[in-house]
Write a new protein. Structure first.
Length: 121
C-alpha cells in the first residue's frame, strides 16, 4: 500500500510495477515526463518504507538518496510506503467543467451528412 501525503490518498503498487504506473492505474497523476529516471520531474520524498529501482542508477545524487528523495517513475515498492508528493492530482477529484456531460466536455452538434454523390449521365 502506498499513501500520498499531504492528500492521504492510497493505492496498491505491485512489486513489479513502478510507483508512477501504479498511481496512474488508480487514477492518481504524479508529475512525470521521461518515465526512465533521467528528467527528475517525478521526484518525491520517501517518508517511510523501502523501494528498489528498475534501473541501476536513477538520476539522483547520493546525497539526495540519503535525504529520502526517490524517482517514482523507476522505483518499485518493497514495503508499504508513505510518499510526500503535494503535486499529485486525483483524476476523480478534478471538477467537471461547465457544460460537460458524463465527465467529458460537451461537443458541438455534428454537421448533417453530405448528400450522396450523383452518378454522371
Amino acid at each position: 500500500m502506498v499513501e500520498l501525503q499531504p492528500q492521504g490518498w492510497r493505492f496498491d503498487a505491485p512489486a513489479d510495477q513502478s510507483l508512477l504506473l501504479a498511481a496512474l492505474d488508480h487514477g492518481l497523476r504524479l508529475p512525470h515526463s521521461c518515465r526512465n529516471g533521467t528528467c527528475r520531474a517525478c521526484i518525491a520524498r520517501l517518508v517511510s518504507g523501502r523501494v528498489e529501482y528498475l534501473i541501476d542508477w536513477p538520476g539522483l545524487l547520493r546525497e539526495e538518496k540519503g535525504e529520502g528523495w526517490i524517482l517514482p517513475c523507476v522505483a518499485c515498492a518493497r514495503t508499504d510506503l508513505v510518499l510526500d508528493q503535494p503535486q499529485a492530482i486525483n483524476f476523480f477529484d478534478v471538477p467537471v467543467p461547465p457544460g460537460a456531460v458524463g465527465g467529458t466536455a460537451a461537443l458541438p452538434p455534428s454537421p448533417p451528412p453530405s448528400p450522396a454523390p450523383r452518378e454522371r449521365e
